[in-house]
Design a binder for this molecule. Structure first.
Ligand code: 4NP
Length: 155
């Protein structure tokens, strides 16, 4: 199983999502590949935001070696499931995917923990406080705990 987490910059939210899911994948002894990407190339090659790195570290997860990369149409074929953080990411992924767009593979990540609500993971970039990043971490942990169980059942 190959899972891709997507946000705008691939430095705040999706690196945390990748780290959290990877942590759970290891915890449950699964042989899954987890990656993340951004719908922009604004931060390509950069490590995650220092607050994402710090919050993850506080929870025993090392995301410091991740590097930002842009989402490509090819990711639509490469990955089995693509989880986006907000509705703008969803539209952007659809646009980048073009002819390869496959809606059955893509969902808002919070639909795992809050089914059918189409809620977005708030972007902590502008608030830029530990509290905002901690809130993102907690939303992503809840969602990833649910989706790892769902994906195991449907596999
Ligand atoms: P992310 O947050 O999409 O969660 O990585 C952002 C990172 C950078 C910017 C916006 C959001 N930016 O405007 O550069």
């Amino acid at each position: 199983m190959k899972i891709l987490m997507v946000c705008l910059g691939n430095i705040c939210r999706s690196p945390l999502a990748e780290g959290v899911l990877e942590y759970l994948v290891e915890k449950y002894g699964l042989d899954w590949k987890v990656d993340s990407a951004g719908t922009s190339n604004w931060h390509e090659g950069e490590p995650p935001h220092h607050r994402s790195v710090k919050i993850a570290k506080n929870h025993g997860i090392d995301i410091s070696t991740q590097r930002s990369r842009p989402f490509t149409a090819g990711d639509m074929e490469q990955f089995d499931h693509i989880y986006v953080m907000d509705s703008q990411n969803y539209q952007d992924v659809k646009g980048i995917a073009g002819k390869l767009w496959n809606p059955s593979k893509v969902d808002l990540i919070l639909n795992a923990s809050l089914p059918g609500k189409n809620k977005s993971v708030p972007d902590p970039w502008f608030e830029n406080t530990d509290k905002a990043f901690e809130h993102v971490y907690s939303l992503l942990l809840d969602a990833c705990e649910v989706l790892i169980k769902q994906l195991q059942q449907n596999n």
